[in-house]
Design a protein around this ligand. Structure first.
Ligand code: PMP
Length: 399
């Protein structure tokens, strides 16, 4: 039965975590997978999540509706688009709970494949999150990539972005990172987002926002949602938003996310929602309840929302501080190279610009684990390992 099944190599980033966990060296540093760790290098259960869990203790274990928990969908949609979004008032929004950000991308892709007959290509940035191509190619889309970031300058390549948008066929789907581009940490300025939105509108393209880092990028959720709200609320564009509560609430394993489609009319929104419902019924029947209850408990309570804002600020401030500490250490150690990108880029990740040989050397000699591309997750740094890491990088670059 299985003679034709190829053996697929393990996913690179999950495999890296496995190698890190199996390394007995006490100096080991994990800068691979993008999960937030506290100043002791331990996973952080957000205080707001602890409080929300207490509130959900009495919940039963019945099935949720196919589209997910209604309060979660309502509150999370208002969170992403802004409570006053006219698309919500005009009932032009369709939403469904999803299996975290990845599940939301998958549902959005399935929906768009049905809507566009698979004719429209999907454009993803280069570089991008390692799963984007797979998510859309598995559905059947033709996936193209376009240069987002220039490794030589450590900056976004705005000309490449606008040229790609201008030359893509109408109805093409563009996957934008709403904030904290993974892996480059390079986001367009507000002015650049405005220009991108103008071209998207002129050319009749479809924007799909991958929103995995809202709130944890700057510590201010509304600020991080700027691009989404500009496209949808100010420009009146149709769009999809795939949001995740993995990073911004630390709910990685709960797989809680939301897909939101903004359409032209309430009739279209109802049709899209009914299609999302059918897709989910065929795939997982209905989504898991636990994460949805936690997120709802946070969003429906003003004092918990305020606590969440404080927790977001704790995470984003610690990440920003670690960027500064790493940068200062590299400068103090006279590490050869231009390290400004470490402090200029945003969010959890930074591409150091090392060769594969250097990355492997860091792994073997110093037990410092980072993606082969030399992307590091800043959240893996803390006051006890940042100097050691900077020294190891310096020695490796000097060799
Ligand atoms: N999009 C991007 C850009 C990401 O970095 C991630 C997580 N690393 C995801 C989506 C998906 O995250 P999850 O499915 O865990 O919510």
């Amino acid at each position: 039965f299985f003679t034709q099944v190829p053996r697929i190599p393990p996913d690179a980033i999950f495999d890296l975590t496995k190698k890190f966990l199996g390394d007995p060296d006490p100096r080991k540093v994990n800068l691979g997978q993008g999960t937030y760790k506290d100043e002791n290098g331990a996973p952080w259960i957000l205080p707001v999540v602890k409080a929300a869990k207490d509130k959900t203790q009495d919940a039963n274990h019945e099935y949720l509706p196919i589209l997910g928990l209604a309060t979660f969908r309502k509150l999370a949609t208002e969170l992403v688009l802004g409570k006053d979004a006219s698309a919500i008032a005009l009932q032009r929004v369709a939403s469904s709970q999803a299996l975290s950000g990845t599940g939301a991308l998958h549902l959005a892709g399935e929906m768009l494949f049905r809507a566009l007959g698979g004719e429209a290509p999907v454009y993803i940035t280069k570089p991008t999150w390692s799963n984007h191509r797979q998510v859309f190619a598995t559905i059947g889309f033709e996936v193209h990539d376009f240069k987002w970031y220039d490794d030589n300058t450590g900056q976004i390549d705005f000309e490449s972005i606008t040229n790609t948008l201008r030359n893509a066929p109408p109805r093409s789907i563009f996957v934008f990172h709403a904030s904290a581009h993974n892996p480059s940490g390079c986001d367009p300025s507000e002015e650049q987002w405005r220009s991108i939105a103008r071209i998207v509108q002129e050319r009749g393209l479809f924007p799909l926002f991958d929103a995995a880092y809202l709130g944890i990028t700057s510590g201010d959720y509304d600020r991080d949602a700027f691009a989404i709200r500009h496209f949808i609320n100010e420009c009146g564009l149709q769009a999809a938003v795939c949001s995740s509560f993995a990073k911004n609430m630390g709910l990685y394993g709960e797989r809680i996310g939301l897909v939101t489609f903004v359409t032209q009319s309430s009739d279209e929104a109802m049709a899209v929602e009914s299609t999302l419902e059918q897709i989910t019924r065929g795939e997982i029947s209905n989504p898991p309840a636990f994460g949805a209850r936690i997120v709802s408990a946070v969003l429906e309570d003003e004092s918990l929302r305020a606590e969440w804002a404080r927790n977001l600020s704790t995470m984003s401030t610690r990440i920003a501080d670690m960027r500064k500490d790493l940068f200062n250490a590299l400068i103090k150690l006279h590490a050869p190279g231009d390290w400004r990108r470490v402090v200029e880029q945003r969010g959890m990740f930074c591409i150091l610009g090392l060769s594969l040989e250097q990355v492997l050397h860091l792994r073997e000699k110093y037990h410092i684990y980072m993606a082969d591309t030399s992307r590091i997750s800043i959240a893996g740094l803390n006051p006890s390992n940042v100097w050691y890491t900077a020294e190891a990088i310096t020695k490796t670059v000097q060799d």
